[in-house]
Design a protein around this ligand. Sequence first.
Ligand code: ADP
Length: 391
Amino acid sequence: MEQEQEDILISKRELFELEDYIRQMWQFLPIPIAFISPLGIILEVDEHLETLLGYPREELVGRSLLDYCSEKEKFAQIQERTLNGNPVKNNEECSFMNAQGQKISVGISTLARIDEELGEPVGYFIALWNITERKQTGERLQKSYDDEKGLRQELEAQIDKRIELTRTLVHELKTPLTPMIAASELLMEEVPDGPLFRLARSINKGAELLAKRIDTLIDAAKGELGILELVRTETDLLDLLHRIAEDATPLAYSHNQVLNAELPVSLPTVSADGERLRQVVVNLLDNGFKFTPEGGRITLRAEKKGDAIIIEVEDTGPGIPVDQQQHLFEAHYHVKSENKRGSGLGLGLALSKMLVELHGGKIWVESKEGKGSKFVFSVPLRSNTSRSPKH
Ligand code: ADP
């Protein structure tokens, strides 16, 4: 064995001089290289290979490289291929165990050295470079990707569940209200003015209010889930605003307030969901009536400004402290104040914001404590932004 080893042992320097491929590829690179006999015995190593495996040259030479490899079958195949004239070039990976018992991943290149006279391999060069860190980074990235994918799938499953729940809620909550509203309306028509009529009217009012609140809740849930959809048509906003003002006047009157509609003579039509924009304006007006004391004034304005229509609802109510204005459009937010008037779900402004943004517009508030509030929103003349519905 020793004799055989000596016979074919060629100094590394000599080999490097002989092998153009290796010289060109690796002479400047600190890449661990070994020369291995056809039987897999290490005949020579360089200092980089000593460092890589953590053993001194004296321990490595004479042993089989397979002893250090943790994927023995794979490595045996690489060796066989090399000796059969199919060198491995950069594209094989294998894992080894170093002296500290740590697993190291290496990339492998091999090149057989053929004895010219015999035409047979006298051994092969093997370069092993450490790719442990790169692999670990790759594995970490893969793990983060898998984790993220898992979380996303979980989230999507939860969203699907909530969508299903929202659909069930619409059905379960609204279905019993429809006959209540219809029956109370019928009663109001049938019975003469008196206690029974007032009872029917009270049932009707309560059921209508409940239906409205359920709608708000469901719309807000849909908005959060990204499934709130607009039904856009060419909409005459001026006509819509006139009708809203007309409908709201009796309400202002019942609160001893004045509703002013300062509307222009004309406005361009827009591609919008009229019913949804009505919801926004009505909500802003309702808030105006609710928070403004008796004798106050609520003003509805509209104008074309640049490439948008600006709609404003101004009141002479208590105003909103500057530090709280940024939270107004968050769901369930109520302004902290001593003389709180009325209380709702705290969803009106959050839903208004969703609806305005679905139209590609913006909504904001201008207010000073004690100086009234002005809620303003824009509707772009050209519809270019609309969140795509999820389902
Ligand atoms: P709610 O249904 O509770 O009125 P909104 O989202 O419409 O919910 O309004 C959120 C909060 O913003 C209200 O509870 C109130 O504190 C404040 N707010 C809204 N509009 C006005 C206004 N015109 N004047 C003063 N405060 C207002």
